[in-house]
Design a binder for this molecule. Structure first.
Ligand code: BES
Ligand code: ZN
Ligand code: ZN
Length: 493
């Protein structure tokens, strides 16, 4: 999707030239209370805005919108009253949600001015949240429609916003939009070689890129990636991006993303229904690649190494068979009993490669297990870590980004569920605790580095449009990763 330009102005809301001005309205008892920008507009309209809202019994829940014509009373053609919920409760999450609903309802208006509140206390966080909500909430993916949803908003003007935070909000949103576009792209259009080509494109500014083809992947003994790709006519790729700051670095973070461009399950084939959404099984890869691009734009003083093992998981004649054993990059042997547990096999090699760079922290992101969706539902990501400090840091970044995660335990006693009769381990555990055994499997490949694993099988997709998410790929974890790398740069513990 093309995203609107974002500018910031100190001009009062009523004087900003626009197709529509968005003003905030709070809940108060059974009625509503206008925020200062809304009051200013209402006064210019001789009270007709508040009379209209009273007539229609407007309930200002976050994201609800009612729009009226300004009849020339202000410089915007339309005035949209946007619910913000109770006045005391203006968190960045509420601002993001309200801005999302408002931007969706205004998406046919070219120039939109946003005057939801007078940014008080944390003007930076507020500005950023409003932009993220507006840009992500109005996202559409219409590359493949004959009649795209036009016209669309091309310009957002944030009244009273902080310009640094606005630029940052746009970079973060643009990254999440890129992650969504990649994940929404049909698998037939985005095999591993194409994902690698897109990674090369995005690396044009400020990143080093290296792509390994099949021959190199064999030479480098990436046994997990080779095993999964064996049943596909598409070649696998190993993508590596590196960001290096201009000055001295405060640390080194490695990001690893699951890049299964289509997961049929392989010979342990999925049901037709189970496969419907499996073009998005590279959402982890999309998140780490898009985050890396945003990092190259924001330039924190941290080295970032990003590794994406990418392949299809297909049941072709050469496919790996249940019972087959491979040797992973780090020398451990793995018996594959279910070819649908493929994400952990490619991540095994991705994590090994990342660990070889001896980073201070490693984070992998993966649509890894249905079990994690059973445990946490569709909105929360599962967070697993061998390091409490790193887990706390990732959790804080996720909370700030409005991408909630919940820490899950790596239960040592469950490691025996991965014991194999023939190899160092097998690739599936028992019936229960599947998200945990998947995490334990990955932990065998991190070489005791501080490591966190985000299982985003649930929140990588949204089944309905709600808040900053739109039905389809969400870009979940992209903004968390950027915030997290930045927290390393800031040295905030
Ligand atoms: N890509 C799937 C996980 C998934 C399921 C993501 C639903 C999004 C929505 C993964 O490769 C998979 O198939 N995992 C299996 C593991 C099992 C065979 C141990 C699963 O979760 O069923
Ligand atoms: Zn699978
Ligand atoms: Zn998968």
């Amino acid at each position: 999707m093309r995203i609107p330009t974002v500018t910031v102005t100190d001009t009062p809301a009523g004087e900003v030239e626009a197709d529509v001005v968005l003003v905030g309205v709070h809940e108060e008892g059974d009625g509503f209370a206008l925020t200062p920008p809304a009051r200013m507009i209402d006064e210019a309209m001789d009270g007709s805005l508040s009379r209209f809202l009273a007539d229609v019994a407007f309930e200002p829940k976050p994201g609800r919108v009612r729009t009226v014509a300004s009849d020339g009373a202000v410089r915007a053609r339309l005035v949209a009253a946007v619910g913000l919920g109770p006045a005391g409760d203006i968190s960045v999450d509420v601002l993001r949600r309200s801005a999302a609903g408002a931007a969706r309802s205004a998406r046919k208006q070219g120039r939109v001015s946003v005057a939801l509140i007078d940014f008080g206390g944390d003007r930076r966080a507020g500005t950023q949240a409003v932009i993220e909500g507006a840009l992500l909430g109005s996202y559409t993916f219409d590359d493949y429609r004959s009649e795209p949803d036009a016209p669309r908003t091309t310009e957002l003007v944030i009244v009273g916003g902080d310009s640094g935070a606005a630029a940052r909000g746009r970079v973060l949103s643009e990254a999440a939009v890129l992650a969504r576009d990649l994940a929404n792209t049909p698998a037939g259009e985005l095999p591993p070689r194409e994902l690698a080509a897109r990674a090369l494109d995005m690396a044009e500014e400020g990143l080093e890129a290296e792509i390994w083809d099949l021959a190199r992947i064999r030479e480098e003994r990436l046994g997990g990636l080779l095993a999964v790709s064996a049943g596909s006519v598409e070649e696998p790729r190993l993508i590596r991006l590196t960001y290096r700051p201009d000055g001295p670095a405060r640390g080194h973070v490695a990001l690893v993303g699951k890049g299964i461009t289509f997961d049929s399950g392989g010979l342990s084939i999925k049901t037709a229904e189970g496969m419907e959404t499996m073009k998005t099984d590279m959402s982890g890869a999309a998140a780490v690649l898009a985050a890396t691009r945003a990092i190259a734009m924001l330039k924190p003083d941290v080295v970032v190494t990003t590794v994406v093992p990418s392949t299809e998981n297909m049941p072709g004649g050469g496919a790996v068979k249940p019972g087959d054993v491979f040797r992973a990059r780090n020398g451990k042997s793995v018996e594959i009993l279910n070819t649908d547990a493929e994400g952990r096999l490619v991540l095994a090699d991705g994590l090994s490669l990342a660990a070889e760079h001896e980073p201070d922290a490693m984070i992998d992101v993966a649509t890894l297990t249905g079990a994690c969706v059973v445990a946490l539902g569709p909105r929360y990501g599962g967070l697993f870590s061998n390091d409490d400090d790193l887990a706390a840091r990732v959790e804080a970044a996720a909370t700030a980004a409005g991408e909630p995660v919940w820490r899950m335990p790596l239960v040592r006693e469950y490691r025996r569920m991965l014991d194999s009769e023939v190899a160092d381990m097998k690739n599936i555990g028992d019936r229960h605790g599947g998200a945990i055994t998947a995490g334990l499997f990955l932990s065998e490949f991190v070489a005791d580095r501080p490591w966190a694993h985000l299982d985003i099988a649930g929140p990588a997709r949204a089944e309905r449009t709600d808040g900053w998410t739109v039905k389809g790929a969400t870009g979940f974890a992209t903004r968390t990763l950027v915030e997290m790398v930045d927290s390393f740069a800031a040295g905030t513990r």
